[in-house]
Design a protein around this ligand. Structure first.
Ligand code: SAM
Length: 248
């Protein structure tokens, strides 16, 4: 059943008016008509099975049939520490890991990050990244969007990692012995998982050594070198599959 999202569902005698933005999509693009059923969601996590009572390109009136259970959010929180990538890649990584249920994204600068931002640029970026995360959580029906941190320097990342409990892995293209699969299989399930992914140019040996010295397990995703955003998305999917809520 199709799902539509509006900021807040306001019921009046069992009816809810869907504003123009969604209404136009329903009427013009999807050519929905009176009597069609759909699921209506809002940013508070409410979800209702609904039927179109009346439809025009400016407004849709929906009759609420029944409230649906809110999705159980997984007890596992996934933090992705991502070296700041070029704009489109970072946007893509944020959108896709958000759809997959990432809890928190911690951007950081490393020796080879191409993008360096001043405070003003960083705050504009955070606004954009937060909008992407909210959009992805609405589209995917998450209860709450992923948290996006202000980018930190590499040294501050180490400090942040020290405060984060749980199980942490470094995705390192230079790792020759440990695979993600064995590492996940041979370690206990944790409520809190953190993955660290480098920039387009990868980690320096020194950075990888500092992360390992901080007790972080470096793992390989195999012989193919993935784009950073692909690695972050793949890691989030694997963790959700292995320990999280990728399933019913
Ligand atoms: N410039 C590096 C090179 O050519 O070896 C590649 C860096 S890769 C594009 C960006 C990041 O994705 C890496 O720093 C790492 O965190 C992750 N990554 C990509 N492929 C990986 C793999 N096969 N194993 C582990 N991590 C990988």
């Amino acid at each position: 059943m199709r799902r539509f999202f509006i900021e807040k569902i306001e019921l009046n005698d069992g009816l809810c008016v869907i504003p123009e933005k969604e209404a136009k999509h329903m009427a013009k693009v999807l050519r929905m008509k009176q009597g069609d059923s759909f699921i209506l969601m809002d940013s508070h996590g409410s979800r209702f099975e609904s039927i179109i009572e009346d439809i025009s390109r400016h407004e849709v009136t929906a009759r609420i049939i029944r409230e649906l259970a809110k999705p159980e959010s997984s007890s596992l929180s996934i933090n992705i520490c991502q070296a700041v990538l070029k704009p489109q890649k970072m946007d893509y990584m944020i959108e896709k890991t958000s759809e997959l249920g990432v809890s928190r994204i911690i951007p950081f600068y490393s020796e080879r990050t191409v993008i360096k931002m001043d405070e003003k640029q960083a705050s504009n970026k955070i606004r954009r990244w937060t909008e992407i995360s909210i959009g992805a959580s609405k589209q995917s029906g998450r209860l709450a969007p992923a948290e996006i941190d202000i980018p930190v320097k590499f040294d501050n990342l180490l400090e942040t990692l020290g405060k984060l409990g749980g199980f942490k892995v470094l995705l390192w293209e230079g790792e020759e012995y440990k695979s993600l699969k064995e590492t996940l299989r041979s370690n206990k399930i944790s409520e809190n998982f953190t993955g660290i992914i480098g920039p387009e140019g990868g980690f320096t040996k020194k950075e990888a050594a500092m992360l390992k010295e901080a007790g972080i397990i470096s793992v390989s995703l195999g012989s193919r070198i993935l784009r950073a955003e692909t690695a972050a998305i793949a890691l989030t999917a694997v963790i959700q599959y292995e320990w999280g809520d990728l399933g019913v």
